[in-house]
Design a protein around this ligand. Structure first.
Ligand code: G
Ligand code: G
Ligand code: MN
Ligand code: NA
Length: 252
């Protein structure tokens, strides 16, 4: 397949870049983190969406060098921002494929070492699809990662394959409410579900962050229900380095 061949060259030819999206605490009115999202500038096709190339990268195993690159780039950037006064953690998305390699913990610790980033400034986002794999093995790896001092959050929570039954076994720091929930928050049943998730997260001592926040009314609903950290177009789209840096200065 054409895209697959191109993808193999993309790393060597420096065609990937990262955009960063702010996570905002509405209680403190402060930036509390940045999510790193990979982008591919294809020489002929232009911008190819991760929705298209991540599945290919997973199938071919290219996801491993790609994630190594993303982790290092994001950690390096986070460290550089600290030096100019922006001390927010950065989060990186991890495909379940990384957990099947047995080198993930080592990859993370060596990246932190290399970039000299303190572990508490790195967060990893995993998804519910994890539950289909050897769960004991995943728990073991997550425990090792958290022992390093790195945070772990469950991305797209609540709309995928339900992992509720595993929540008390998975070593996690936070749940990210899937943006599909935020879409139609105004129906009473949606509100009830979100409210229940937030209460459950409190009991399990997990932070909750809402994704896909686009409107003022979303913020009102969510804060009423007890969720105070938001990510979405309302605050900012994913932005390239220099743009997010200016954004951080403007929102300091
Ligand atoms: O940023 P955007 O909405 O285009 O992202 C589409 C999907 O690609 C999201 O599910 C996001 O989590 C995923 N994604 C973005 N960057 C990475 C990455 O570096 N690694 C992995 N595994 N997934 C990513
Ligand atoms: O799966 P994951 O949550 O990592 O994917 C994040 C994706 O969601 C990114 O591709 C990002 O571009 C997208 N995104 C972020 N904020 C919003 C939003 O407010 N609305 C919509 N529609 N998409 C968003
Ligand atoms: Mn994510
Ligand atoms: Na998400």
């Amino acid at each position: 397949m054409e895209l697959e061949k191109d993808l193999q060259r993309a790393l060597d030819q420096d065609q990937f870049f990262i955009v960063y999206q702010p996570k905002w605490n509405v209680k403190t009115n402060r930036l509390v983190g940045l999510e790193a999202l990979i982008r591919w500038q294809h020489p002929r096709l232009g911008l190819v969406s991760p929705g298209e190339f991540i599945p290919i990268a997973e199938e071919t195993g290219l996801i491993i060098p790609m994630t190594r690159w993303t982790l290092e780039e994001a950690c390096r950037r986070c460290k550089a921002w600290q030096a100019v006064g922006f001390a927010q953690p950065v989060s990186v998305n991890l495909s379940v494929r990384l957990f099947q390699t047995d080198l993930l913990t080592e990859l993370i610790s060596s990246t932190l070492e290399k970039t000299q980033l303190e572990p508490r400034f790195l967060e990893l986002e995993i998804t519910e699809s994890m539950v289909f794999y050897d769960i004991n093995d995943i728990i073991r790896q997550l425990e090792a990662i958290r022992k390093l001092g790195v945070r772990v959050s469950m991305d797209d929570f609540g709309t995928g394959y339900s992992s509720i039954g595993l929540l008390d076994r998975l070593p996690l720091d936070a749940l990210k409410l899937d943006r599909l929930f935020i879409d139609d928050l105004d129906t009473p049943s949606k509100r009830a579900i979100i409210h229940a998730i937030i209460l459950m997260a409190e009991t399990l001592q997990l932070d909750v962050i809402a994704e896909g926040v686009e409107k003022q009314e979303h913020i009102e609903f969510l804060t009423q229900l007890g969720c105070h950290v938001m990510q979405g177009y309302f605050y900012g789209k994913p932005m390239e380095d220099e743009i997010i840096e200016r954004w951080m200065k403007d929102h300091d």
